[in-house]
Ligand binder design. Structure first.
Ligand code: ACO
Length: 432
């Protein structure tokens, strides 16, 4: 980050104040308002943080106007095609692509830490079989801090931090698979040492004492692409939550738990589940997409086209482009005909030609086609958002690490404009 020579000028109550301008490595410019209140006694008002940068970050670059997404400088298209999820996770967290020794060591550590503490298995007994997997995941991740303590969270050694990273990423996968088994009433399938990250996960999800799940390369590849594309997305709602919670020096498990809860919302990661529910409803009603487009445009209804629109992308989400192609490829390879894909394509075509969506730059986002892939793999709908959470973990960890290591980091504490009652005196209940 550069401090620009130029300053911005703000005129408040007739007085002019100069504020520094900072410039990012891709030329993005920001006005540093951190001294605004002490200089002027004014704060800024920015609903939903649409114009506010809370930090400088070197992890992910996103240009929403041009549809560009890069992790640590590497285009997302190249990573999705050529990298693995584990390698991309390493890149996001540690800043550089690993060499072969680093990658081997990193991958082996996942295997070493894939088991859950046996006592934690008992937790699953307490949940009803209908429990949403996001509820289970959030509480189990927070509970991990009770089972695997012994790390100085404020100042972890490099070894401790490395251990915590692989523990989290590896165990989260086991928790999600166990949550699925719990919902089916089936025995848990333990992680295997001979399988890599994604095949191991698929085996825990779908094998049983009476059935050995066959792991198809096409499925592993499709899941790998999805995981890489979801791995980070700079200051989105859940990542900002992880940073905000972590800024109080809450431990990494607690901060990630908060991120999981933020991701659950249907306007964020929960949209992937909502999209399939919406497409299924359209299918049941005969595939009339026009009705839903009209509903989405009707300001008197709260209905939105799920999987459409984005705070930052004002052009086609580059992740959605890859996922759409991946969905077509996977269904073809598996010989699956899913009418929901046809409806989704039809809906996209109609929406992209509609003035309402054109004027507002509303395009399919990452969640629009991902559910079709999960569905084809056999992952139930209520598991879609936990799949997102597994994939987003490296990004959350990378941001927590970056924030903790940043010299100027402060506790996150926004201001407000108070619009409530002015001072008034208390009235005892007998006189009200
Ligand atoms: N369907 C219909 N109208 C929409 C949609 C949509 N999906 N998304 C935005 N709009 C409209 C808004 O009503 C608003 O219209 P107006 O200018 O007439 O008031 C305009 O487009 C701008 O929308 P905002 O809500 O101001 O945009 P914001 O950046 O706050 O919201 C969001 C972004 C939450 C993603 C929104 O587009 C949305 O709700 N989409 C559907 C849910 C979804 O798919 N979420 C996943 C996002 S990706 C992710 O988080 C992983």
């Amino acid at each position: 980050m550069d401090q620009s020579q130029a300053n911005a000028k703000v005129v408040v109550d007739g007085n002019t104040f100069e504020l520094p301008v900072i410039i990012g490595t891709e030329g993005e410019r920001g006005i540093d308002i951190s001294k605004l209140r002490s200089l002027t006694n004014y704060v800024t008002f920015d609903h939903g943080f649409g114009n506010t940068s809370n930090c400088a970050s070197a992890i992910t670059f996103l240009d929403g106007e041009s549809g560009v997404l890069r992790y640590r400088g590497y285009p997302i298209e190249q990573l999705a095609e050529q990298s693995s999820f584990i390698e991309t996770a390493y890149l996001l967290i540690y800043g550089e692509l690993p060499n072969s020794d680093q990658l081997r060591h990193f991958s082996e550590s996942f295997t070493e830490h894939s088991m859950l503490h046996e006592d934690m298995k008992n937790f699953f007994d307490g949940y009803p079989s209908t429990a949403h997997p996001m509820a289970i995941l959030a509480s189990m991740v927070c509970s991990l801090s009770a089972y695997y303590p012994g790390i100085d969270m404020l100042n972890p050694t490099k070894e401790d931090f490395d251990r915590i990273v692989v523990m989290l990423m590896s165990k989260v996968r086991t928790i999600v698979a166990f949550a699925h088994k719990k919902s089916l009433g089936q025995p848990f399938v333990y992680p295997r040492h001979d399988l890599e990250y994604i095949p191991n996960f698929l085996n825990m999800l779908f094998s049983s004492p009476t059935h050995q799940y066959k792991i198809y390369d096409e499925v592993v590849q499709a899941l790998k692409v999805l995981f890489i594309l979801h791995a980070d997305h700079e200051q989105n709602c859940s990542t900002s939550t992880v940073r905000l919670v972590g800024s109080s020096w809450a431990n990494l498990y607690a901060s990630i738990t908060a991120g999981i809860c933020a991701l659950w919302g249907p306007l964020h990661g929960g949209a992937n589940e909502e999209v399939i529910m919406m497409l299924e409803q359209m299918y049941r009603e005969g595939g009339d997409v026009d009705k839903y487009i009209s509903m989405a445009k009707d300001k008197s209804s709260r209905f939105r086209l799920m999987g459409f629109g984005h705070r930052v992308y004002k052009s086609y989400d580059p992740r959605a482009k890859i996922i759409k192609k991946s969905a077509h490829d996977l269904l073809k390879k598996l010989g699956i005909h899913d009418p929901l894909l046809e409806i989704a394509v039809k809906l996209e075509e109609k929406a992209l030609a509609d003035p309402y969506f054109i004027e507002r730059n509303l395009y399919p986002n990452v969640d629009f086609y991902s559910g079709i892939i999960y569905k084809a793999i056999g992952i139930p709908m209520n598991m879609f958002t936990v799949m997102f959470a597994i994939a987003r973990l490296p990004g959350w960890i990378a941001h927590w690490k970056e924030m903790m290591e940043s010299p100027g980091a402060k506790i996150g504490r926004p201001r407000q404009i108070y619009v409530g009652m002015n001072k008034r005196d208390y009235v005892p209940i007998t006189k009200r």
